[in-house]
Write a protein that binds this ligand. Structure first.
Ligand code: SF4
Length: 125
């Protein structure tokens, strides 16, 4: 896991000045944050997104990433995969062979009523 601590109070930028890529929140001059922005770990991805949220270049960064159809990584506060923004990274490995069936609302209601009836009959007996 990538070890990195970050907090926005120590990362204040004078927004009255024109901003450049040198002002980017991920610009630490050493490239040590690269692993964080291209991580597979959800916690690290969320940390990268949090860093972006304080970045004065966030809009331009996201616009550029969309134009370039970035294949991976966090850009402009968003996670990219295959050129598009995705909500979260898929876990490694195959998807499950058996599809998960989510019962409809009426089915859930009937199930709950059935459980309540069974519970009631137990209490009477
Ligand atoms: S918005 Fe772009 S430039 Fe700013 S911290 Fe995020 S990745 Fe870096």
């Amino acid at each position: 896991m990538f070890a990195y601590s970050w907090s926005s109070p120590g990362c204040e930028i004078d927004r009255s000045e024109p901003t450049t890529w040198q002002d980017a929140a991920c610009q630490d001059g050493s490239g040590t944050l690269t692993a964080l922005f291209f991580s597979d770990e959800e916690a690290e991805i969320n940390l990268a997104k949090a860093i972006c949220s304080s970045c004065p270049m966030v809009a331009r960064c996201l616009e550029g990433a969309l134009e370039r159809r970035e294949p991976a990584g966090v850009w402009g506060g968003q996670l990219f995969a295959d050129g598009r923004v995705i909500p979260r990274k898929r876990k490694r490995g195959r998807p499950p062979k058996v599809a998960v069936t989510i019962p409809s609302e009426p089915e859930r209601h009937l199930s709950a009523v059935g459980s309540a009836n069974m519970l009631g009959s137990r209490q009477i007996a």
